[in-house]
Structure formats: C-alpha cells, structure tokens
Design a protein around this ligand. Structure first.
Ligand code: SF4
Length: 98
C-alpha cells in the first residue's frame, strides 16, 4: 500500500468516526445492510428491516454522502440500495470457488 492509499484510507476512517457513533445501525446485525442475496425472502426481509432503521437515522445524509464519495458498491447506505444509488449490487460478492 502506497502513501496515497494510506492517506485516503485514513481520511475515510476519520470521516466515518465523525458520525458513526450516532448511526442507528450501530450494534445491529450487519447482514441486514449487506444481505447475502436479494433474491431470497430472508434477503428481502433483512433489507426491509435495514431501510426502516435508516429512515429514522440522524446521520442518514452523511452516510449517503460517504457511500457516494467512496464508491461503496454494495450494501445499503443512507437507506438506499446500490440500485437506488445507481451503482453496483445489493448482495455481498460471492467468494465461492468455481
Ligand atoms: S443511514 Fe442507515 S446505514 Fe447509514 S448510518 Fe444510518 S442506519 Fe446506518
């Protein structure tokens, strides 16, 4: 990792620290925001639950700004799916071997 990459990572972490403590998702199951698959009933229920929590989150705008500025390509950020943000995918990437 070069100096530029380290500086970008540090900036990203500092940005998240400034609002992460107020996040309503803090302490909640991560799979609600990063479902294994949206094609399953459980995935849709997890996503629905995440969006309900995001809807009452006091840092929703900061969260969405973070996702847009850092090219977050999967998962729910700021209450929006990747499709709703116009990027990437909802489900976690599969790491299964071919
Ligand atoms: S908007 Fe949603 S994903 Fe973002 S910090 Fe709030 S609860 Fe978490």
């Amino acid at each position: 990792m070069n100096i530029s990459m380290m500086n970008n990572l540090q900036k990203k972490l500092e940005d998240m620290r400034s609002w992460g403590d107020d996040a309503k998702c803090k302490g909640q199951p991560a799979e609600w925001w990063f479902a294994e698959s949206y094609a399953t009933t459980i995935g849709r229920l997890q996503t629905k639950k995440a969006k309900q929590i995001c809807a009452i989150c006091p840092v929703q705008t900061k969260c969405l700004d973070h996702a847009n500025q850092n090219d977050e390509t999967f998962g729910i950020w700021g209450g929006l799916t990747p499709k709703e943000r116009g990027v990437g995918r909802l489900a976690r990437p599969s790491y299964k071997s071919r």
